[in-house]
Ligand binder design. Structure first.
Ligand code: O7E
Length: 211
């Protein structure tokens, strides 16, 4: 049983807000990132949050600690409830993201292994495990792990314990909710909902399948 997170990668503000409004009752959070924010501006985060849906800022933050703090402070001030960052810049950079999140009463999630085919090229084979341990050591609230490789999610679950796992790759990338819903806390679905002819109906169906 998992929450359903809509990856709202629509590139226009009006389209994004229409989809957010029509799907809000079926989803537990909305993830926004560069595709939407570069088109609509960061203020769209507050507009979505005003619908009563928590907003996760997926900027895969990956810089020096000071820059990470500036980025994360901005997204929380804009109304986001969580931020997603990368681990590879190191434990000090990661700690900056976690610190900003917790200073704002928010959450920080760390990418441990990515869902696309190239994500297996170097994340798998020990790197993801190292990132997972870094995430736990930094006090992060959870990690990102690939629904397209359920065995890898299971392996990372062993390491991360009761911290949350959010998992992308369901729908357009080929995975099904049933592949990982018993292993993770949140399933991230993008195109299969926002690109559907009827996004609300698609969200309702994914919501049913995640429970
Ligand atoms: O394939 P879709 O359309 O269902 O969209 C998936 C979303 O999850 C999209 O925003 C993409 O950028 C993101 N994502 C992955 O697809 N794979 C990953 O490994 C990581 C992410 C991601 O969101 O990272 C932070 C959660």
């Amino acid at each position: 049983m998992s929450a359903l997170i809509l990856a709202l990668d629509a590139t226009s503000r009006n389209e994004a807000l229409a989809i957010a409004e029509s799907t809000a009752r079926y989803i537990d959070a909305i993830k926004i990132g560069y595709p939407l924010v570069l088109g609509a501006g960061l203020s769209v985060a507050g507009e979505i949050a005003a619908l009563g849906v928590p907003v996760i800022a997926d900027f895969k933050v990956a810089d020096i600690p000071n820059t990470n703090t500036l980025i994360c402070d901005s997204v929380f001030q804009a109304g986001c409830s969580a931020v997603i960052c990368h681990a590879f810049p190191g434990s000090d950079s990661l700690a900056a993201c976690v610190g900003s999140a917790h200073d704002h009463g928010g959450e920080c999630f760390v990418v441990c292994e990515m869902s696309h085919p190239g994500g297996a090229e170097w994340f798998s084979g020990g790197v993801a495990e190292s990132f997972c341990m870094m995430a736990a050591g930094a006090g992060a609230d959870g990690i990102i792990a690939p629904a397209t490789r359920p065995a890898r999610v299971a392996a990372l679950r062993e390491l991360i314990g009761t911290r949350k796992i959010y998992s992308p790759g369901v729908g357009a990338q080929g995975a099904s909710p049933e592949d990982v819903k018993e292993l993770v806390d949140g399933i991230i679905v993008g195109r299969a909902i926002y690109g559907a002819a009827d996004p609300a109906a698609a969200a309702a169906e994914y919501s049913r399948r995640c429970r």
